[in-house]
Design a protein around this ligand. Structure first.
Ligand SMILES: [Zn+2]
Length: 357
């Protein structure tokens, strides 16, 4: 490990695949060449001591169907509101999903052994030990899955090990939260009957379910149905930042009870008490938010989520190379080496070990 802290760090969410797939989003960057654009490429990941993470396949809105994200943002007197993007067509979602998934497998193939798509915790632990970047194939939103779940079986065989039931838009399975501040995550109905079947199928196959972006009623439906730990890969505490994307104390209690995990989201919108999209957000705010999660969930049920390449993060973190700085700040705030290892990767490994079959 070339990192200064000799601690592999595993992150719950990144959108690097999308930045590589859409040159206009990633400014044409190449994963293997160091860049100052975006948050992750291989040279920066190695410098940071990044051990691995969930690599999200996110299907952007169909350009022929929708307005730009900016056109959907409404600034209100007390915060903001983003109009809910429309549901996606399954065949469009499958085409983009296959392209992004192929992108991940090509990275693995071109990496000369430096990147591995992991399908078991044995593989994950080996990668963390040997400084091979471990990538878990994750879909952020189940739009590419048909309600009959045929695609789920096929994608599982290809390597899918984690599934966000929804992003912040509705689909055949559930309803995502529209981005809103201040507003409760209780924004609409729970899982559809196809959504309940999806939860059972993921439990059976050993696909981790990610509850970030799911609305509160959907969350409780999963909590009731699922027989594995509850996971929110990149979400924060509603008590500190009352946005729809964050988890209420009751939700945190349920995650703790299931011995699940919350991955701290670095998105400034969901970290700051004022919900402002301001990158001048001190590291102290990040640490404070993590402290709150640890107080409520205990040291065994918190990890780092990040949302690298998916959102605006504090300038003090900057990109993946800011992770050691965060670890140092946590150490300065009294986290000992045992606690730091749990937060950095051990809690993720434990949850995956109890989820993947
Ligand atoms: Zn997200």
């Amino acid at each position: 490990m070339t990192s200064t802290n000799a601690l592999p760090i595993f992150i719950g969410h990144n959108d690097t695949l999308l930045s590589l797939y859409l040159p206009e989003r990633g400014n044409g960057r190449n994963f293997f060449i160091r860049s100052d654009q975006g948050h992750i490429d291989l040279p920066r990941a190695r410098e940071a001591g990044l051990g691995g993470g969930f690599f999200a396949v996110f299907v952007p809105p169909d350009p022929s169907m929708s307005r730009s994200a900016e056109a959907n943002l409404i600034i209100t007197d007390t915060g903001y509101e983003v109009r809910m993007p429309p549901a996606l067509d399954v065949s469009y979602a499958q085409r983009v999903t296959i392209a992004l998934t192929a992108g991940l497998f090509r990275l693995e193939a071109e990496s000369k052994g430096q990147v591995k798509v992991v399908r078991s915790t044995g593989e994950l632990v080996t990668c963390l030990r040997e400084s091979i970047l471990a990538a878990i194939l994750h879909f952020e939103g189940a739009e590419a899955i048909d309600p009959g779940l045929d695609a789920l079986e096929v994608f599982y065989q290809a390597g899918l090990r984690s599934l966000g039931i929804v992003w912040s838009r509705p689909n055949a399975f559930a309803h995502g939260v529209p981005f809103k501040f201040p507003h409760s995550p209780d924004t609409g109905p729970g899982l559809t009957s196809a959504g309940k079947e999806l939860v059972r199928a993921c439990n059976r196959l050993g696909i981790m379910l990610d509850l970030s972006h799911l609305n509160e009623r959907g969350f409780w439906d999963v909590a009731e149905l699922s027989d594995v730990p509850l996971v929110a890969t990149h979400s924060n505490a509603y008590a500190l930042t009352p946005s729809t994307r964050n988890l209420t104390d009751k939700q945190l209690d349920a995650i703790k009870e299931s011995e699940g995990i919350v991955g701290l989201n670095f998105g400034v919108n969901d970290l700051r008490e004022d919900g402002n999209n301001d990158p001048d957000t001190p590291l102290d705010i990040v640490v404070r938010h993590l402290n709150y999660l640890v107080e409520h969930l205990g040291i065994d049920c918190v990890g780092l989520g990040s949302d690298f390449d998916g959102t605006r993060i504090p300038r003090e973190i900057g990109d993946v190379t800011g992770l050691p700085k965060l670890i140092t700040a946590l150490r300065d705030h009294g986290y000992d080496e045992v606690a730091l290892r749990k937060l950095a990767y051990e809690n993720w490994v434990r949850v995956l070990n109890n989820t993947w079959r």
